[in-house]
Design a protein around this ligand. Sequence first.
Ligand code: YXS
Length: 259
Amino acid sequence: MSLVRTDFSGAIATITLDQPAKRNALSTALIEELIEALSRCASENARVVVLRARAGVRVWSAGHDVSELPKGGRDPLGWNDPLRHLVRSVEELPAPVIALVEGGVWGGACELVFACDLIIASPTATFAVTPARLGVPYNVSGMQTFMNACSLRIVKEMLFTAKPISAERAERLGMINHVVEASEIEAFVDALAADISKNAPLSISVMKEQMRMLAGANPMSPRRFERVQGLRRIVYDSADYAEGIQAFLEKRSPNFIGR
Ligand code: YXS
């Protein structure tokens, strides 16, 4: 059974996350279908892609599938992690991707949404970045995605508290483009997508790629990168990382000890 649905209406594609039983957790299987759907949008020259969950969901996506995170001794968000592939696929797609968000967005799914080009959310939408809740050392390019989404102080609040922020606050902070009532959000996104699809796709795709390169142009020296990777290894090799994963799987609160 498909975990993702793809529909086309002229030059506008809609990709729907469709595994509500697991709250659209970003498992390898779901991510592979998402990447395949994005690739199909590119090959069929979609001019806009709308990424959404089923209408009216309480949870847009529960984030990385925790059961697939390594138990320790290996980078949980390395270059080849499916979530990393997915974020790059969204960023590198020539067509703009509009995230239509209803319900809660958790952890790595926040990075997926923030990697989209525009975000339209209903008032029910919330955004929670949760590495600290699990003891995960988020990866460098992922941190850059968050830092490009809003001010550093807000990123720190989201990362350090792991608490959700509301769509209303996210809009006020410029983190999302519009908050639209659930009853009107599909028509709003359809009109937005139609406006974009009437414009020059080459111009748009090149401007999107320029902004991706400029937004990611962070001159980190090899020495600094190696230091970051060394620090991250201390975290994913820590007892706290193992405890965070185990506590989630056992559906209990974690007891972090700071090592
Ligand atoms: O018990 P069953 O088999 O029915 O499965 C349950 C949950 O275990 C499952 N599920 C997940 N499975 C794997 N990975 C997940 N992230 C995940 N989230 C949920 O889905 C079934 C229904 O979940 P349940 O009963 O909790 O649903 P709910 O409606 O009561 O609550 C929905 C949530 C989203 C509030 C709750 O499921 C939740 O808090 N999920 C975890 C959210 C989270 O912390 N995500 C971060 C994942 S780690 C990640 O994204 C990055 C690595 S990082 O941490 O760095 O950001």
